[in-house]
Design a protein around this ligand. Sequence first.
Ligand SMILES: [Zn+2]
Length: 302
Amino acid sequence: MERLWAPWRLRYVEGAVRHRGCIFCEKPAAGDDVGELILLRGQRAYVIMNLFPYNTGHVMAVPFAHVADLAELERETISELFELATWSTVAARRVLRCDGFNIGLNLGDVAGAGISDHLHVHIVPRWQGDANFMPILANTMVIPELIPVTYAKLRAEFEVSSFGRKDAPSVPQAGAVVWLPDEGKVAVRRTRDGAIVLPKGHIEPGEAAYRAALREVAEEMGLRGEVIGWGGVLEFVAGGTPRRVVYLLVQAQPGPDFTQHLGHDTLLLEPSEAIAALTHEDARRLAADALRRIGVPVGSVP
Ligand SMILES: [Zn+2]
C-alpha cells in the first residue's frame, strides 16, 4: 500500500499535547453536535469527522467510555463501535463514491496514536489514484471538499438510513434551505394550497440524500445548487404516514428555468421575511438555525 503522508496532522498531534482535557470526551458532552461535527450517536459510541483528515470523508468511530485499550471495552461496546464503522463505510460509499477504505486503530503512542488515552477507529475513504494528489512534498492540506460540506452530506445519509433506528421511515425525504448569496435572498416554495414551505421530495432508490435535495431544488425551483452546510431534520405525520425529512443548506443560483418558477411556485425573499413566511414553525426554526450558522442575519424567529 502506498503510504499516505499527511504532514498537517502534526498540528493535530501538537494541539492534542497542549490540550489538557480529552476531546473525545468533551465533544459529545458539548451539546453542539453540528458545531462539533458529530455525525451519529449510538448507545455506546459515536461517529465524528476528523478535523485533520488523511483524506476527504475521514471519520472516526469513538466509544463514549474513556479507555485506551480495546480489552478495556465491554463486548457490547466493541460490537457497536464496529457497527458504526461499518455504517460509516456504507454512507461514505453512497455520498463520496469512494473505491475503498483504510480502517484501523492506533493503540498507544508507539503505534502513532494522536490521542492515545481514548481509543478511536479511523475510517479513511480511498479513491483510485488518490495518493497521487496527496501533498507528498508541499506542507499544505489538499482536501477537495470543505469539512462542513462533507459533514452535511454524510449526516444527511445517516439521518435517512435505518442505521441503528428501529423507527426509521420506509420513505425518507430530502429537502433544502436555499440561500442565493448573489441576491442576498432565500428561496421558498409556494404550494398549490398557498402554504410556504422549504423544497423537498423523495429520495430515489440508491440516491444519496443530498443529491435528492439538489435535484428537488432544480426541479421545483429551477435553481442550480450546491451543498454548503447542514440544515436539520423535521419529523411529522402526513396523510397518516410518519415522515422524516433531512434538510441541507444549499447555495444556489438561477438556472435557465428559473423565470418560469419565480413569483409562481418560488418566492425570493429577504432572509428574515422568508423565515417569517414559512407556514410551519419547526421549518422556521430549522431555516433560521441553518442560515445563522453561515452568518446570515435572520432576526428573531416568529
Ligand atoms: Zn476521553
